[in-house]
Write a protein that binds this ligand. Structure first.
Ligand code: KIV
Ligand code: ZN
Length: 500
């Protein structure tokens, strides 16, 4: 099996995403996560661009990562010196190769580009560092000049040649041909760097690999300049599952890595995004939900756990009886055939009105249909709650809970009373249910300062199961606490059902 190197540029090209600016600490946190994920190289940033960027690259270089730490530099002495001063393992140096950029972006000639390339590569190598060279806009360059430039870089000592599709204009067929051409003149490993202007970045990257490239530049969630770069999670899973190539990536960390990058960059992941989107393993229509509950591979190309995700079944107008039955059974609810028929009918009616039917809605419907016979199991019961908040004190909450028949009291502080109360609950149930609050939504159901608040939460247990739950109360803190406790109970029941 051929090994493909994963060169991650989330912290460099990814940070070129409009609206993204990471602090030094955030960059270090992402670098550590990428290292755990198993990328081969982390492009930490462009040290010449600012003092903060230089400090971040320096800190990442001394963080003791297993991955190669790389810095970007133009083929300019000051840029390369800034990179060298960061003590990185490698320098990625680049200069335009297309005539349009040579003339209009650099105001140079092909001859000057060749000279700057050779001098820069030799300079990097004279400092004992690994050197990767990129002829920028390679995919729009004159092929004869591109080959001459790549060959000159190799002769000057470049360890790898990276072919950037800077404005994302390639097609898979054209990429295969281009890599073949470059391969015919250079012996060092070839890499590809694809942008997503036409939504082709992943396909073009994989095509480059098929033609002999042994390294791919990627970013988490496909972040990057303009429409972004090839998404790490998509390239890796396509290479593994569809093409049977090998990489060093621990795929079970893809989802958490995506979440971390999304949180720190502030760029949300679209729900329908492949591999890491919330809908990537969600099933809605009756045929699909029935299929996956009987045999997951009927409608899932890969197991969700492989990428750190989990399956979600969503009730709605397209729902089928089997899927709803499975959803209810996960919550410990076992309706009769007749009751199930009515529940499905009501779910479809709600869906027809354009409503998204959450887990909490489904439970409410089941409760209404089954009346007293619905006994949602409760391992955790709220007995008492008190909060203190104000302008000059740290918000604090104490909760009294019955957990598995035993009474516990605990107190916690937080950024506000809701946060403090949720922390206090987590502290108490921690050993029984190690849960994280994944999503919190607050809505006012009525008007006025005495409005009834509806809190919808998504709670995730340590096996990656996510359940949604709802709390409704005039008091926002109580609504939040009730939703959280309901979520914890659902997680515990789900775990029990799986064990049984
Ligand atoms: O897209 C591009 O050409 C780049 C270069 C710096 C390699 O990001
Ligand atoms: Zn780029």
């Amino acid at each position: 099996m051929t090994y493909i190197r994963i060169f991650d540029t989330t912290l460099r090209d990814g940070e070129q995403t409009p609206g993204v600016s990471l602090s030094v600490d955030e960059k270090i946190e992402i670098a550590r996560q990428l290292d755990q994920l198993g990328v081969d190289a982390v492009e930490a940033g462009s040290p010449m661009s600012s003092e903060g960027e230089k400090e971040a690259v320096k800190e990442i270089a001394k963080a003791g990562l297993k991955a190669e730490v790389c810095a970007l530099a133009r083929t300019v002495r000051e840029d390369i010196d800034a990179a060298i001063q960061c003590d990185v393992d490698s320098v990625h140096t680049f200069i335009s190769a297309s005539d349009i950029q040579i003339k209009h972006a650099l105001g140079l000639t092909r001859q000057k580009v060749l000279q700057a390339t050779v001098e820069s590569v030799e300079y990097i190598k004279s400092h004992g560092l690994t050197c990767e060279f990129s002829p920028m806009d390679a995919t729009r360059a004159d092929i004869g000049f591109l080959k001459e430039l790549c060959k000159a870089a190799e002769e000057a000592g470049a360890d790898r040649i990276n072919i950037p599709d800077t404005v994302g204009v390639m097609t898979p067929t054209a990429m295969q041909k281009l890599i073949g051409e470059v391969k015919s003149v250079v012996k060092v490993p070839i890499s590809v760097h694809c942008h997503d202007d036409f939504g082709m970045a992943v396909a073009n990257s994989v095509a480059g690999v098929e033609a002999g490239a042994t390294q791919v530049h990627v970013t988490v969630n496909g972040l990057g300049e303009r429409a972004g770069n090839a998404a790490l999670e998509e390239v890796v899973m396509a290479l593994h599952a569809l093409y049977k190539y090998k990489t060093g990536i621990n795929t079970s960390l893809l989802y958490v890595t995506s979440k971390l990058v999304s949180r720190l960059t502030g760029i949300p992941v679209p729900p329908n995004k492949a591999i890491v989107g919330e809908n990537a393993f969600s099933h809605k229509s009756g045929i699909h939900t029935r299929g996956v509950t009987v045999e997951p591979s009927t409608f899932e190309p890969i197991r969700p756990e492989l990428v750190g995700q989990h399956r979600r079944l969503e009730a709605g107008k397209l729902a089928g009886r089997q899927g709803i039955k499975a959803q209810l059974e996960e919550a410990g609810i076992y309706p009769t055939q007749e009751q199930l028929k009515t529940i499905v009918k009501r779910v479809k009616e709600l869906g027809d009105k354009g409503k998204v039917v959450t887990d909490a809605d489904l439970m409410a419907i089941a409760r209404a249909v089954m009346g007293e016979t619905v006994q949602e199991e409760k391992v955790v019961v709220l007995k008492d709650l008190a909060v203190v908040t104000g302008m000059n004190i740290v918000p604090m909450a104490s909760v009294k809970l019955i957990v598995d028949g035993k009474e516990y009291i605990s107190a916690e502080t937080g950024v506000g009373p809701v946060d403090a109360a949720i922390r206090a609950i987590q502290k108490t149930v921690g050993s029984l249910a190690d849960v994280k609050l994944r999503e919190y939504r607050l809505e006012a159901l009525t008007g006025g300062s005495d409005a009834v608040a509806e809190v919808i939460v998504k709670v995730e247990d340590k096996d990656g199961n996510i359940v949604s739950a709802r709390g409704v109360n005039e008091d926002i803190v109580r609504a939040s606490v009730e939703a959280m406790i309901e979520g914890i109970n659902r997680c515990l029941i789900k775990k029990k059902t799986v064990r049984e």
